[in-house]
Design a protein around this ligand. Sequence first.
Ligand code: COA
Length: 346
Amino acid sequence: MTATLPAPRAAVVAGLGGWIPHRAVDNDELARTLDTSDTWIRTRTGIRRRYTIAPGEATSDLAVEAGRRALKSAGAADADALVLATSTPDQPCPATAPQVAARLGLGPVPAFDVNAVCTGFVYALATAAGLIATGTAERVLVIGADTFSTILAPDDRTTRAIFGDGAGAVLLRAGDRSEPGALLDFDLGSEGEQAELIQVPAGGSRQRSTGLAAPARDHCFTMQGRPVFMHAVLRMSASTQKLIDRQEWGTPDKLVAHQANIRILNAVGDQLGLGEEQVVANLDRVGNTVAGSIPLALADAVTDGRLAPGERVVLTGFGGGLTWGSAALVWPDLPVEALPHQPPAA
Ligand code: COA
């Protein structure tokens, strides 16, 4: 005899918000101190501008603002758990999430960090959906926040051209799979054999156990751009296709992918047979904001009308680890505040 298990509770997107710091850095400003140019950065990455925190600011400051906006969007005063995706926590220990929860006035709720670098937001969504499915929480605030400006080598023109600081958040609530906003399916993966393609070499147990101080440069982020590009296209396309097949969607209305490079977005769109207008891009305005990237792209797309209620959406991310992950949902009707940055340059 087989017992029929009750369908688990679905996690439903009930609020969305994003935040970026005030200081804008355009390509021309970078070209004043680095061997690069606006033309190179625009044509090779699609990025025109990124934002950086001010001295004294930290990841938690951006996370708190994004979280506040997501709560407001949902019309909620609080949440009963918080998951923060970040690979640039305020400090290595403890996690940053409890401080964010405290500053948002959430009380003594469970709060923890998830580190999957640029895939962090999708991993955090899946983790939060699990908290809801098991009945551990009714409403979970999921925030992706990073400040890569704090870990880039000042003379690394490749990474400094791409990365920017930012945060985005959604509030998930318990609900039913049939509701708009329900997270219908996830696909997550990793390939640790390729960890060295994206890394900060020093500052962890391996380097510290040698008893030797690491050169300053080993505390900076490094990325091997070309192989990462190829893995990103392969993994995000395959992961998205899995969800499309399992949902029997044929084609989704919109793809909201991690914003690393417009050429990656175009290649993924081509692989999946999507038109340019179906692939949401906002990296021209904010750069690659790591764990903040997908919710910031969602916030931009909703506020400028590129993403509408009822559209079938796949979110897909790729990043250090290597890691990748996707989520499928039908977009709900939510009020979302515009990001506090200027419109794209003409
Ligand atoms: N300005 C001018 N030249 C630059 C430059 C810059 N900002 N950055 C790199 N270059 C140069 C390189 O030094 C190289 O010069 P060389 O041929 O004299 O050696 C040349 O441009 C080509 O470098 P390459 O790394 O092959 O360029 P690319 O076209 O692959 O673009 C990235 C580099 C990083 C933009 C691209 O590889 C990329 O987007 N990678 C994926 C990033 C990503 O997905 N991250 C996701 C996880 S965070």
